[in-house]
Ligand binder design. Structure first.
Ligand SMILES: NC(=O)c1ccc[n+]([C@@H]2O[C@H](COP(=O)([O-])OP(=O)(O)OC[C@H]3O[C@@H](n4cnc5c(N)ncnc54)[C@H](O)[C@@H]3O)[C@@H](O)[C@H]2O)c1
Ligand SMILES: O=C(O)C1=N[C@H](C(=O)O)CCC1
Length: 252
């Protein structure tokens, strides 16, 4: 039985993941951490100030983090100090925060880190890479849409898309929205929509004279991410210390 703890347990993703863990025969939800104390599915949820005591007492095999960037850094450091494997889904990290995370993990614990745990998006990223590798001379625009409560922009998924485009085309300059009199140069346009309860839509446009290629991925339920998280949680125990992506989890 693999013991699972969740940071951000009372959040949208935390509760979705906890329910899937609870349904799995080989996984046990032992509790979690959130801003305020509580209970979830009969397990304790402790305030973030008590994470180290929680990890010592519950001894989870895997700590899953779906919180907010500044909190995730501290949670990851605590898990690393406790020797607990990680599955990290939180997005919005600054380069400095990502450096702290990498330093805490490497040489200490195994961790799967992904901006998007849906199987479909991990395939979508490969489609984008193939298109970008052949259509680098096209005008490229990235559009993402999420629910009104999402704090970070652009999405971590979109930032991964931009990294792929940069690797394949050399286009690393982004234009975040446009307003007033503009002249398009060789930038990648990035457009962010926030509203309603949109779970997660991503589109990449490759536009040239007389034709446009449009690649899109649409998530309809957070379960699509949670199912990927469960696969990562089954994958990471016992792995060598270091950072893994969903490519390794899905054997892509
Ligand atoms: N990688 C993916 O597949 C994926 C999918 C969905 C969401 N996300 C990301 O996951 C994060 C959370 O998304 P959400 O929609 O669940 O947000 P949410 O706001 O519903 O949940 C976040 C939870 O974290 C808690 N929290 C805040 N600070 C904390 C701390 N110090 N310790 C413990 N818990 C703390 C909040 O109280 C809240 O309950 C965001 O960064 C989002 O972009 C990633
Ligand atoms: O709901 C969110 O927040 C999501 N965040 C991830 C991102 O930032 O890419 C994944 C999609 C949903």
């Amino acid at each position: 039985m693999t013991k699972i703890a969740i940071c951000g347990a009372l959040g949208r993703m935390g509760t979705t993941i906890a329910n899937l863990v609870n349904e799995a025969d080989d996984l046990m939800f032992v509790g979690g951490v959130d801003v305020n104390a509580g209970t979830l599915l009969g397990a304790p949820v402790v305030p973030s100030s008590e994470i180290r005591t929680f990890l010592q007492e519950e001894k989870p095999d895997v700590l899953i983090d779906f919180t907010i960037a500044h909190a995730a850094v501290e949670n990851i450091i605590a898990a690393s100090e406790a020797g607990v494997a990680l599955v990290v889904g939180t997005t919005g990290f600054s380069p400095e925060q990502r450096s702290k995370i990498d330093a805490a993990i490497n040489g200490s614990v195994p961790a799967v880190i992904s901006s998007n745990y849906s199987v479909g998006m991990n395939i979508f990223w490969r489609l984008v890479r193939e298109a970008a590798s052949r259509l680098g001379d096209y005008d490229i625009e990235v559009i993402e849409a999420h629910h009104r409560y999402k704090k970070d922009a652009p999405s971590g998924t979109a930032r991964t898309i931009l990294e792929i485009i940069g690797e394949e085309t050399g286009k690393t300059e982004c234009m975040y929205g446009r307003e007033g009199m503009t002249e398009r140069k060789d930038e990648v346009g990035v457009h962010v929509v926030r509203g309603g309860d949109i779970v997660g839509d991503h589109t990449v446009l490759f536009a040239a004279n007389n034709e446009t290629i449009e690649l899109s991925h649409r998530a309809y339920d957070r379960a699509v991410f949670a199912h990927g998280v469960i696969r990562a949680a089954r994958y990471v125990p016992g792995k060598a210390p270091g950072i893994y992506s969903m490519d390794e989890v899905l054997d892509l």
